[in-house]
Design a protein around this ligand. Structure first.
Ligand SMILES: Nc1nc2c(ncn2[C@@H]2O[C@H](COP(=O)(O)OP(=O)(O)OP(=O)(O)O)[C@@H](O)[C@H]2O)c(=O)[nH]1
Ligand SMILES: [Mg+2]
Length: 245
């Protein structure tokens, strides 16, 4: 479906999450055609606040939520979680429901590192399984020449995509829970088509952290995502203690 042929009605919110450098702000910039979502080209993480970027589609508007990613070089994972949790609970209390969530990951990452797994696990805990049908796991970087031009590199990337999708600990459980996984194709049209597809099957998502923090008034550390980060920190500390043993 091309530009301007969208059938979107009303307002919709799509939250864009994923580790630092996965391409969240680039994607939002590509969709909104504005320079409002700061894209970082340096080695430092770029986005350190939650921000909203609005695009008109059909008779409606889509609000893309840019977020800082875990493993941010300017903020700790706890600070990132705080920002996400604060924004999500404020939105929930204001009656805003999220229509879809994109979780981004670079297909150029050759391994699912400990940090990537931790980020994905915290993300899943933040959403909770009831929100899995609203998740689109989106891999980026398919346009880089080594992947788009070299058949072997592309086949290897496709193999990584399949492995991510087939491994429950990675994306398998999101797919089993009704979510989707896809590769981000180059160009603005592809990004808009993806946004439209998400909106067409839009949900009224209530994320686990929204319930935990507003209905249950849990402290951040008591939420599923908070516990995941704390557990990971405890494992790191135990490993560090082995240095002195
Ligand atoms: N070739 C290519 N480069 C990309 C793609 N997505 C992002 N990049 C590049 O990766 C770098 C980081 O992109 P950002 O969009 O700032 O990543 P981010 O997820 O917003 O990162 P944080 O704000 O730090 O959480 C930039 O240099 C982008 O140009 C993609 O699909 N293809
Ligand atoms: Mg960013």
């Amino acid at each position: 479906m091309g530009c301007g042929q969208s059938t979107i009605q009303g307002e919709a919110v799509i939250a864009v999450m994923g580790m630092t450098g996965s391409g969240k702000s680039s994607f939002i910039q590509r969709v909104s055609k504005k320079q409002t979502a700061a894209v970082g080209h340096g080695l430092q993480s770029d986005t350190s606040a939650v921000s909203l970027h609005t695009v008109h589609r059909g008779n409606g508007r889509v609000h893309l939520v840019d977020t800082p990613g875990f493993d941010n070089s300017r903020l700790s994972d706890v600070e990132v979680l705080k920002l996400l949790a604060f924004w999500l609970s404020m939105a929930y209390s204001a009656g805003i429901r999220i229509g879809g969530i994109i979780y981004m990951q670079r297909i150029t990452d050759l391994r699912m590192s400990g940090t990537s797994l931790r980020s994905l696990e915290a993300f899943k805990q933040l959403c909770g399984p009831d929100a899995f049908p609203g998740i689109t796991f989106l891999t980026t970087g398919w346009d880089i020449p080594v992947i788009s031009r070299d058949g072997h590199a592309r086949a290897a990337a496709q193999q990584r995509q399949a492995e991510l999708e087939n491994t429950p600990r990675c994306v398998g459980d999101i797919l089993a829970g009704g979510g989707a996984a896809m590769a981000l194709l180059p160009g603005r049209e592809a990004a808009l088509a993806l946004v439209d597809a998400i909106i067409r099957r839009r949900h009224n998502l209530v994320l686990r952290i929204q319930v935990e923090m507003t209905v249950g008034s849990a402290a951040l550390g008591e939420t599923g995502a908070g516990r995941t980060l704390r557990e990971a920190h405890r494992r790191d500390m135990a490993r560090a203690a082995e240095l002195d043993a």
